[in-house]
Design a protein around this ligand. Structure first.
Ligand SMILES: [Zn+2]
Ligand SMILES: [Zn+2]
Length: 381
């Protein structure tokens, strides 16, 4: 068994012909470029590309398979050099009386994804675009995905727009069949402690992914997973925590330095926002039981606050290029290069930041307006 890094939520901006897939995604975010960036620069062994329901993207995948540049794996997924690409789709569901929510679906093979596309295209205006609304019940999406060998993961479950708890409902079970959920995605504004406020989530593994809309953002959040090899079938086992496979750490940005302001009501399980958290009774159900401390399930791996390399003070493009030349990938720099070599190559100040980032002593705070704050420059350590 080995440990692998995985980021399961990456968008495609354009097809290679320049047709938009995710309008807000960057132009160079193509299927091939994502695979190459993840393998050659990031050092992430498993990536989920979640716009693979697009027929134009599927044509590109077919071409790379035909040329032998990529290959489908026995256990599911597509191999490109050191990285396995999982074929996924982000889908917007909306149940009557609830707000919209995003789901991630992953399929083992290209054929299964093409078949799923054929089904979705009958319930969707434009299956070629990212994160489109499906006009079918959320439970039907689960059944159609699982019936083709796929898995379903509710996306960024707490974000205020388009998520199960952020805009959908108070209970996951109101919207989805709880037995047909493979894991839940925390999203950039949540971590393990916050999600542990909701006891109905105790049974699920948490995944932390980048939701990247540009190549540079791949791996700003990711998972460490124990697998026999990086394939779809092995991921499925890991999410279910079966046969020794498991997520062994979540890496994410610190949503709010140190503290937890999130609160939930133990009676109706509503997640309250900070302004509501000041009150003693739940504004949704009137109950008096407001719980502020999360109970973290025993099976949870650690959640580690991760500082992306772009936030390290003094680490400019040129210096980073030199480090990548020497150490191979961003994951090597972030996790594996021994201290002595890091100090030698990066200098004591930058190495100091990197080492403190590894041990969780250095964090980056969310800035205003949804932008990320910067790590404060300090004197050399
Ligand atoms: Zn989304
Ligand atoms: Zn997304």
């Amino acid at each position: 068994m080995n440990e692998y890094f995985a980021d399961l939520h990456i968008h495609i901006g354009r097809t290679e012909k320049g047709e938009p897939v995710k309008i807000s995604g960057s132009r160079d975010l193509t299927f091939y470029n994502i695979a190459r960036e993840s393998s050659e620069r990031k050092g992430i062994e498993m990536i989920g590309i979640i716009d693979c329901q697009s027929p134009a993207v599927q044509d590109e995948i077919v071409a790379y398979l035909d040329k032998g540049e990529m290959a489908e794996l026995e256990g599911g997924g597509i191999r490109y050099h050191r990285t396995t690409v999982l074929l996924g789709s982000e889908i917007e569901v909306k149940e009557p009386g609830m707000g919209p929510a995003h789901l991630l679906v992953f399929m083992p093979t290209l054929a299964a994804m093409q078949d799923f596309t054929a089904w979705m295209s009958r319930h969707m205006k434009n299956v070629g675009l990212s994160s489109q609304r499906i006009y079918a019940p959320a439970k039907a999406v689960q059944d159609e995905a699982i019936g083709r060998g796929g898995i379903v993961i509710p996306a960024h479950i707490f974000t205020p727009y388009k998520s199960v708890y952020g805009s959908g409902t108070n209970r996951l079970a109101n919207m989805l069949d709880p037995d047909k959920v493979a894991a839940v995605e925390l999203g950039l504004s949540a971590d393990t402690a916050m999600a542990s406020c909701l006891s109905e989530l105790d049974r699920y593994s948490f995944v932390s992914n980048s939701d990247a809309h540009s190549l540079g953002k791949i791996g700003r959040e990711y998972n460490q997973i124990r697998l026999k090899s990086p394939t779809f079938a092995e991921l499925k086992l890991a999410l279910a925590r079966e046969q020794g496979r498991a997520i062994t750490a979540n890496y994410g940005l610190n949503p709010r330095l140190g503290k937890y302001h999130r609160t939930y009501c133990a009676l109706c399980e509503a997640v309250l926002d900070e302004t509501e958290a000041a009150v003693e009774t739940c504004p949704r159900c009137g109950g008096a039981k407001i719980v502020r401390e999360a109970q973290i399930a025993a099976h949870r791996p650690p959640y580690r606050f991760q500082v992306p390399l772009e936030f390290i003070p003094g680490l400019g493009k040129k210096k980073l290029a030199a480090l990548l030349d020497r150490f191979g990938t961003e994951m090597n720099i972030l996790h594996r290069v021994p201290e002595r070599e890091l100090r030698e190559a990066a200098g004591d100040e930058i190495a100091g930041y990197l080492l403190r980032a590894r041990s969780g002593e250095l964090t980056v705070e969310v800035g205003g307006g949804g932008r990320y704050g910067k790590v404060m420059r300090e004197s050399a350590l």
